[in-house]
Design a protein around this ligand. Structure first.
Ligand SMILES: Cc1ncc(C[n+]2csc(CCOP(=O)(O)OP(=O)(O)O)c2C)c(N)n1
Ligand SMILES: [Mg+2]
Length: 804
C-alpha cells in the first residue's frame, strides 16, 4: 500500500504555485461559508433541509486537480467543494438548490427536484441530444441511497474500457478520446458497509477499469461510530486482499489524511494517472476528515460525539490545517488569509441573497397577481369579506412557497362555487396557466419528451415471404441481435452466461465468437452491478443490453433500476439520459424462483421506464428495435417458456418494430374482452377455443407494453363492443391485473358500457410450487380462464349458461 507521508514542506514555491495554493484556499473557504450559511438558512425556515460538505474540502480540491475533461464523477452529498473547484457549481446555484428553485437555469442539477447536495451536470442539450461529453467535466446525477452511486460508477469506468478496446467506437468522439476518461467515485466511510460497495469493488477489480474511488472517512455515519461499520475499523485495511501485486491484477490502494494538502495532491494525481493510462482501479482512503457542523440540519452532533472528539475535529479541521501549511511555508500571512476569507464570505452572502431573491421573487410575483385577482373578484362577490381576508393572509405569508399561492386560489374557487363564471374567470384562467407551469416544474420528464421518445418511433410492421421458415423463437432473437451487432457499434450485451454460451437460452449463441468480448460478454453473478454497468455505459452514449438471467433475480438489481435509472430523466429534468435496455425472462416455467411474474412490483417501482411484456420472440425482437431507436430506458421480459416454440421468421428482421403503448387484438370476439400479456396470451388463447365451442365469443387483447399502457384506447373500444371485461395475468391478485383494471376503468371511461362488474384473474398469492402440478395449482390455467369467463357469462345469462 502506498501510504502518503504526513504533511510535507515545499522546498521552493514558485509564484504560480503560490497563486494556485491561495486560489485553493479561496475555494475551500468559499465552500465552507456556503455550508455555514446554508445551515442557517434552514434554521431560519428558508429551506427545508440541508446537508453540507464542510470538513471534506481539501481532498476535493485535490480530486478536482486530477479531474480532466471527459471524466465523470459519481459521488454523494458532501462533494460541493469538488463541484465548485471544477467550475460546475456556483454558490448561487448551490443555494438555488437548497431553496428548491425549479428553474433549470438557476439550478441546473435537478431544477429543484432534489434536496441540496445532489450534484449533476447536464449531458443533454435543450432538445435532449448529447453534448460533447469528451470536452466537459461530467457528474452523474446523485441519488440519496448510500452507496448507490457505486454500481453506475462501475459502468462509467467500463465505458472507457469499451471505448479504448473496441476500435469500432473510435468515431464516437463526443463521448471519449481513446477511453482516457477516469470515473471518479466518492463515498462516506459508513456507506462502504453496503453490499453494493463490495460488489462494485470486486467487479472493478475483475474488469480492470479506470475507476478511482475515494472514501471520505470522518469516522461516523450520522451518529454511529466506525467500530459499528467496518471490520478492523478501516476500509483500506479490509480491502487489502484486493491490492494488486507483481503477479496479479487488482486495485492500487492509497491511504492519505484529509488535512494533508500535499499528500492529497500527490495521492489524487498518481491515482488519476494510473487509472487513466493503465486502466487500473484505485481506492483512496481519505482518513481523519471531520464534520464541523455534524451530519445534517436534522440534528446536532454534540448529542453523540464526546468533548474530546469535538475538540479533535476543531484541531484537525482541514481548513485550519491548510492555513497552518500556507503560513509555515511562507505562502501567505495570517492576515492575508483572513482577507481572502472575509472576501469569500462576502461573496457567498451576495450569491446566497441573489439566489434567494430570484427564487422568492418569482413566488412574490405570483402572490401579487393572486392578491390582485382576489381583490377584484371580491368586489363583486357575495364572499367579499372572506376573499379579502384570504388576500390579506396571503400577502403576509412569511417565506411564502408556491403551495401557499396555489392552495389559496383553490380554496377561493371552492368558495366561489355558487358565483357566476364571469366573476371568477380571471382567477380560473390564472389557475389554469399555473397548472401547466407547475406540471412542467414538478411533474414533467418522467418519460422522454424528445424526438427520440419511444412513442414517436415510426412503426414498421413485420413482413413475411415464401422463404419465411418456422424456427425456434430463440433463433429470431439471435438473428436480430446478430443484425444489430453488425449494424450498430454502440450496441453490446453482457450478463451471466451471455458471452461464451450466448445466454442460457442461446439468443446470443455464436455472437461472442463473431463480434468479440467487447460486444458480447460474460459477467460475474452480480445483478446489482450488471444494472450499474448498464446505467454507466448508457450515460456515456453507448447502447447496452444488460441481462438479468431470470426475472426472479431482478430483485437484486431492482433498487438501482428504481432509485437510479427510472428516476434519472425526471430528477435531472431532462439533463441526463441512460437508454439502458434490461433484458430478462420470466413468467411461467418451473418452481418458486424460475416462474415469477412480479409485475405489480415492477410497475410500482419502475415508473419512468418502458415495460415490455412480449408474448413471443417475434414481438420481443420488434420491441428491441423500437427501444434501440428511442432514448428511453426499458425492461423487456421475454417468456421463459417461449424459446423453443416455433415462430415464423420475419423477412424484414431488424427493420420491423413493435410500437409501445399499443395493444394488439389477438382474437376478435363479441361477448367479453380478456386483457392479458406475456405467456398468458397462449393460455387465454386456448381457453377462448374451449369457450367458443360452448358459444362464448372472446376478444383477446395483448397489452404488449405495461408502461406505457394502451395510449390508443384500444381496450376501451373493445369493451364498448363486448360490455364485459376480464384482466388476466400471472402476478399475485391485486398486482398488474389490478393495475390494468385501474388504467382502463379510470383512464378510458368505460364504466358506463359495462354490463357486469369488471374482474381480474391472477395467480395464487404465494410463489408457484415446483413441477407441472405446482404450476397448475399456482398459476392461472386454461381451466381457470374458461371457468372465470363462463361465470361472468352465467351472471349475464343464467339460462343460456347454467351454473357449473
Ligand atoms: C440506503 C440508505 N440507508 C440509510 C440512509 C440514511 N443515511 C443518510 S446519510 C447516512 C450516513 C452516511 O454516513 P457516511 O457514509 O459515513 O457519510 P457521511 O455522511 O459521514 O459523509 C445515512 C445512514 C440512506 N440515505 N440510504
Ligand atoms: Mg462518515
Amino acid at each position: 500500500m502506498a501510504i502518503t507521508k504526513s504533511q510535507s514542506q515545499f522546498p521552493e514555491i514558485s509564484h504560480l504555485q503560490k497563486e494556485e495554493v491561495l486560489n485553493d484556499f479561496r475555494v475551500a473557504v468559499t465552500s465552507r461559508h456556503a455550508s455555514l450559511m446554508g445551515r442557517k438558512e434552514v434554521f431560519m425556515g428558508k429551506a427545508k433541509f440541508g446537508i453540507f460538505g464542510d470538513g471534506k474540502e481539501l481532498a476535493q480540491l485535490a480530486m478536482a486537480k486530477a479531474f480532466q475533461p471527459g471524466d465523470f464523477r459519481s459521488g454523494y452529498y458532501r462533494d460541493q467543494t469538488f463541484m465548485m473547484a471544477i467550475g460546475e457549481l456556483s454558490v448561487q446555484q448551490y443555494f438555488a438548490q437548497l431553496y428548491a428553485h425549479t428553474d433549470v437555469e438557476a439550478e441546473p442539477a435537478s431544477a429543484g427536484r432534489l434536496m441540496n447536495g445532489h450534484f449533476a451536470t447536464r449531458s443533454l442539450d435543450k432538445n435532449g441530444d448529447w453534448k460533447d461529453l469528451s470536452k466537459m467535466y461530467n457528474s452523474a446525477a446523485d441519488i440519496s441511497p448510500t452507496a448507490a452511486q457505486m454500481p453506475k460508477l462501475l459502468g462509467l469506468a467500463y465505458a472507457s474500457k469499451l471505448f479504448r478496446e473496441n476500435k469500432e467506437l473510435k468515431d464516437l468522439k463526443k463521448f471519449s478520446v481513446n477511453g482516457n476518461e477516469v470515473a471518479w467515485g466518492t463515498i462516506g466511510n459508513a456507506s462502504t458497509s453496503e453490499g453494493m460497495f463490495f460488489e462494485s469493488i470486486n467487479a472493478a477489480g475483475v474488469l480492470q477499469v479506470p475507476m478511482v474511488i475515494s472514501v471520505w472517512d470522518d469516522g461516523y455515519g450520522i451518529s454511529v461510530p466506525q467500530e459499528y461499520h467496518t471490520t478492523k475499523g478501516s476500509i483500506s485495511e479490509v480491502l487489502m486482499g484486493f491490492e494488486r501485486n507483481e503477479n496479479k491484477k487488482g486495485f492500487e490502494i492509497i491511504r492519505v489524511k484529509g488535512w494533508d494538502y500535499e499528500g492529497l495532491k500527490q495521492a489524487f494525481n498518481s491515482a488519476g494517472n494510473l487509472a487513466r493510462t493503465s486502466h487500473i482501479p484505485v481506492l483512496i482512503h481519505v482518513e481523519e476528515m471531520t464534520q464541523p457542523q455534524g451530519h445534517s440540519t436534522s440534528g446536532s452532533h454534540e448529542r453523540y460525539k464526546s468533548a474530546e472528539r469535538l475538540q479533535w475535529e476543531k484541531d484537525w479541521d482541514c481548513i485550519a490545517k491548510f492555513r497552518e501549511y500556507i503560513i509555515s511555508n511562507g505562502i501567505a500571512t495570517d492576515d492575508a488569509l483572513d482577507q481572502i476569507e472575509s472576501e469569500a464570505k462576502t461573496e457567498v452572502k451576495r450569491q446566497k441573497d441573489a439566489a434567494w431573491n430570484e427564487f422568492s421573487g418569482e413566488i412574490k410575483k405570483e402572490i401579487q397577481e393572486v392578491v390582485q385577482l382576489l381583490k377584484t373578484t371580491a368586489e363583486k362577490s357575495t364572499r367579499k369579506v372572506v376573499l379579502l381576508q384570504m388576500a390579506e393572509d396571503l400577502s403576509k405569508t412569511l417565506n411564502p412557497i408556491r403551495k401557499d399561492v396555489i392552495s389559496t386560489v383553490r380554496k377561493a374557487l371552492l368558495l366561489l362555487r355558487f358565483d357566476g363564471e364571469a366573476l371568477k374567470s380571471g382567477l380560473k384562467s390564472w389557475y389554469k396557466l399555473q397548472e401547466e407551469k407547475n406540471f412542467d416544474r414538478y411533474n414533467s420528464h418522467l418519460y422522454s419528451q424528445t424526438e427520440w421518445s419511444a412513442e414517436k418511433v415510426k412503426v414498421v410492421p413485420a413482413s413475411y415471404n415464401e422463404k419465411s421458415a418456422m424456427v425456434d423463437g430463440r433463433e429470431i432473437l439471435q438473428a436480430f441481435f446478430d443484425y444489430t451487432l453488425e449494424k450498430d457499434p454502440r450496441f453490446f450485451a453482457f450478463g451471466e452466461d451471455v458471452g461464451k454460451i450466448g445466454d442460457v437460452n442461446q439468443a446470443f449463441s455464436g455472437l461472442q465468437a463473431k463480434y468479440g468480448e467487447m460486444r458480447v460478454s460474460d459477467t460475474g453473478i452480480r445483478e446489482c452491478t450488471i444494472i450499474g454497468q448498464g446505467i454507466g455505459t448508457a450515460l456515456r452514449g453507448l447502447r447496452p443490453v444488460a441481462e438479468i438471467q431470470y426475472l426472479d433475480y431482478l430483485l437484486y438489481g431492482l433498487q438501482m433500476l428504481s432509485d437510479d435509472l427510472a428516476s434519472l430523466l425526471y430528477r435531472t429534468k431532462g439533463g441526463q439520459k441512460a437508454p439502458l435496455i434490461v433484458r430478462t425472462r420470466g413468467h411461467r416455467l418451473e418452481g418458486v424462483w424460475h416462474s415469477g411474474s412480479p409485475m405489480g412490483m415492477i410497475l410500482s417501482s419502475l415508473r419512468g421506464m418502458i415495460i415490455c411484456v412480449p408474448r413471443d420472440m417475434t414481438q420481443a425482437a420488434g420491441m428491441y428495435r423500437t427501444l434501440l431507436e428511442s432514448d428511453e430506458p426499458a425492461l423487456v421480459i421475454e417468456c421463459l417458456n417461449g424459446y423453443r416454440l416455433k415462430e415464423k421468421m420475419p423477412a424484414n428482421l431488424g427493420e420491423y418494430n413493435v410500437p409501445v403503448g399499443k395493444p394488439e387484438i389477438l382474437r376478435e370476439g363479441k361477448d367479453i374482452t380478456v386483457v392479458t400479456y406475456g405467456s398468458m396470451c397462449r393460455i387465454v388463447g386456448e381457453a377462448a377455443e374451449v369457450l367458443s365451442e360452448i358459444g362464448i365469443s372472446v376478444e383477446i387483447i395483448d397489452v404488449q407494453t405495461l408502461l406505457p399502457f394502451d395510449t390508443f384506447g384500444i381496450i376501451g373500444e373493445s369493451v364498448k363492443k363486448t360490455n364485459r371485461v376480464l384482466f388476466a395475468d400471472e402476478d399475485v391478485p391485486g398486482g398488474a391485473s389490478a393495475f390494468m383494471l385501474q388504467q382502463v376503468i379510470e383512464g378510458q371511461n368505460v364504466f358506463k358500457y359495462l354490463d357486469c362488474e369488471p374482474q381480474t384473474l391472477a395467480a395464487k398469492p404465494h410463489r408457484p410450487a415446483y413441477s407441472s402440478d405446482g404450476d397448475y395449482f399456482s398459476k392461472p390455467s386454461t381451466d381457470d380462464v374458461v371457468e372465470k369467463v363462463y361465470r361472468i357469462m352465467h351472471e349475464s345469462n343464467p339460462k343460456k349458461f347454467p351454473a357449473i
